[in-house]
Design a protein around this ligand. Structure first.
Ligand code: UD1
Length: 366
């Protein structure tokens, strides 16, 4: 009988991690029956459904529709709804991805029902317990049965925290699998359409994404960032697809930043459009985890507006650097004068991570 495997999707960055694994398992129907469960943590069309479309994923088999709330409300609702849904599934394994609240809620709930749990993107650590994601990562890793780190630092963190070595399988970065696939699907006319739509030229713009509470929930910080980007756009066009959390907070600032046509504040982009833009900026400013990884793969300079990162290989091997409000301008000057490091690809970031996960699971009796 095929193993029943539940893939837990919750928030935007989960969807591109699920897709490669879903398709890889689908090729082996006698071994795996994969079931997509969407908690509904992200629910807007642009934050969820467009990703299912661009990644060719079917409608989720289960939708819990939990929506937003405080951390406790959201995590609690996911646990209650997930427990109810999973009772009828008789799953052999629940696979959770990344570090969002859905990852934590579903891993804890499954374990208490004696269902084995695998964590894809295990072992990453920012060592910053003020980040909700760090708490989610540590709890999920501590109780998971199978851990799939994306890079060697992940293995080391897990071993240091006392996880048995035989539970840890270094498989590489699954987000890169989706990136490799979508890059093949973007053709020059798609690209032209995107650049026309936004009135941009290849290699002459800056791509910005910011949504971390530390940058966007604090009014003073957000105001500083918006002034800075507005000023930057006088030098080089800036495009800023705005996450709902950020949008709400920008609206609360009472300043209309879109008066300068070179500062393009737009809705969240669909995956294919975003990756099209991400191939060609002079540099990226972000606080996202996934974008630090994608820019390393694409060899695009990345300035991460955070005091730390759980993805250190993007700095030691890739094109990423951490920046502050104080030194970002200096770093931008370096990039614009052509003085930025060339990255190299981290180990196993080759588009074959899903294959390695499937090969590992095939060998296990679940
Ligand atoms: C979540 C993840 C974060 C991830 C990010 C990617 C946690 C703790 N955080 O943060 O790690 O990097 O997703 O986007 O899990 N909202 C909408 N529509 C949506 C979703 C959210 O309007 O589809 C609004 C709601 O007002 C909500 C706010 O955005 O309160 C924040 O959403 P939430 O899921 O709580 O956290 P994110 O900031 O998206």
């Amino acid at each position: 009988m095929a193993m029943k495997i539940v893939l837990v999707a919750g928030a935007r960055p989960n969807f591109m991690k699920i897709a490669p694994l879903f398709w890889e398992m689908n090729q082996l129907p006698s071994v795996f029956q994969s079931i997509i469960l969407h908690t509904g943590q992200h629910y807007d069309y642009e934050m969820s459904k467009v990703f299912f479309e661009d990644l060719d994923l079917p409608e989720p088999h289960y939708c819990l529709g939990v929506g937003s709330g405080t951390h406790a409300e959201q995590t609690g609702k996911i646990m209650i709804e997930f427990e109810r849904a999973i009772q009828n599934v008789h799953a052999n394994l629940v696979i959770v991805f990344g570090d969002v609240n859905s990852t934590l809620a579903c891993s804890v709930t499954a374990k208490k029902l004696f269902i084995p749990v695998a964590h894809v993107e295990a072992g990453l650590r920012s060592f910053d317990m003020t980040m909700p994601e760090e708490i989610n990562r540590k709890v999920t890793d501590a109780i998971s049965d199978i851990l799939f780190p994306p890079s060697r630092d992940g293995n080391e963190n897990l071993v240091r925290e006392g996880v048995e070595r035989n539970k840890i399988h270094l498989v590489g970065n699954i987000m890169i699998d989706s990136l490799v696939t979508i890059l093949k699907r973007i053709n020059p006319s798609d690209e032209d359409r995107v650049f026309q739509k936004f009135g941009l030229k290849r290699n002459h713009f800056v791509l910005v994404t910011l949504h971390r509470p530390s940058n966007v929930d604090d009014k003073n910080n957000l105001r500083k960032i918006m002034h800075f980007l507005n000023h930057l756009s006088l030098r080089i066009p800036v495009i800023f697809p705005v996450h709902p959390r950020t949008k709400k907070n920008i609206n609360g600032l009472d300043t209309n930043y879109a008066v300068n046509g070179n500062f393009k504040i737009v809705e969240p982009l669909r995956y294919k459009e975003f990756i099209t833009l991400e191939k060609y900026p002079r540099f990226v400013v972000t606080d996202s985890g996934g974008i630090q990884e994608e820019t390393t793969y694409l060899n695009i300079p990345c300035l991460t507006l955070r005091p730390n990162t759980e993805r250190p290989v993007t700095i030691t091997e890739g094109t990423n650097e951490l920046v502050t409000y104080e030194n970002i301008e200096e770093k931008i000057d370096l990039i614009l004068s052509g003085n930025w490091k060339q990255g190299k690809l981290p180990e196993l970031w080759d588009g074959k991570t899903a294959q390695r996960i499937v090969n590992t699971l095939k060998r296990m009796e679940l």
